[in-house]
Design a protein around this ligand. Structure first.
Ligand code: NI
Length: 199
């Protein structure tokens, strides 16, 4: 009969805890397809009052009847934002005849530089249906909090700055309710299929 020496038990418990933690991290890194936030979990989303790329005041109420595919970033972003907006454009493209039911929305985390004019030129390069939203610092801070967006100003040599920001794509239903988030590494066909099955 094999007996576990008692002195080893703390190490075995520690190893089990480590393996459990590792499994949890692996599960966390798998794209969230099919996972829906249920009641009891942290609420995401909420009302907003912002300004679009034409300088028109827009609120969340203006987008009822449509699904919103929302991404937060900034126009000076060197890499992640252009790639993610290109991914969103591809999702819209893959929705084909149902694309009109989804409005892709880019919300700036850098309202000081991203004026409506700057947003207009920027979102136009990703597709006609894109809406770019900006606003005063307070309105942007409110929506960042609602969507649990992290955005930190990061000084660059020469007095310029970058924004370090989280990179999540949010799906909001026609009632204004958060239903899903997608990692920016998810394939566009997978996101499109996931959205289409909810119509
Ligand atoms: Ni970015």
């Amino acid at each position: 009969m094999i007996r576990t020496p008692e002195a080893l038990i703390p190490y075995i418990v520690a190893l089990a805890a480590f393996l459990a933690g590792l499994a949890w991290h692996l599960a966390d890194s798998i794209p969230h397809i099919g996972q829906t936030i249920v009641s009891g979990q942290i609420a995401v989303g909420g009302p907003f009052h912002l300004v679009d790329q034409d300088g028109t005041a827009r609120s969340d109420q203006d987008f009822r009847e449509h699904w919103m595919l929302i991404y937060f970033g900034y126009t000076h972003c060197p890499d992640v934002c252009p790639l993610t907006l290109t991914l969103m454009a591809s999702v819209i493209d893959k929705l084909g005849t149902r694309a009109f039911q989804v409005t892709p929305i880019f919300i700036t985390v850098d309202p000081a530089r991203d004026t409506p004019k700057v947003m207009k030129d920027y979102v136009a390069s990703f597709g006609k249906s894109f809406v770019g939203l900006t606003g005063d610092a307070k309105s942007i801070a409110i929506i960042e909090k609602e969507y649990r967006v992290a955005a930190i100003r990061h000084p660059l040599p020469g007095g310029d700055y970058a924004m370090d920001h989280s990179s999540t794509i949010y799906l909001i239903d026609p009632h204004g309710r958060f239903v899903m988030d997608y990692d920016d590494s998810t394939k566009p066909e997978d996101i499109a299929a996931d959205i289409a099955k909810r119509f």
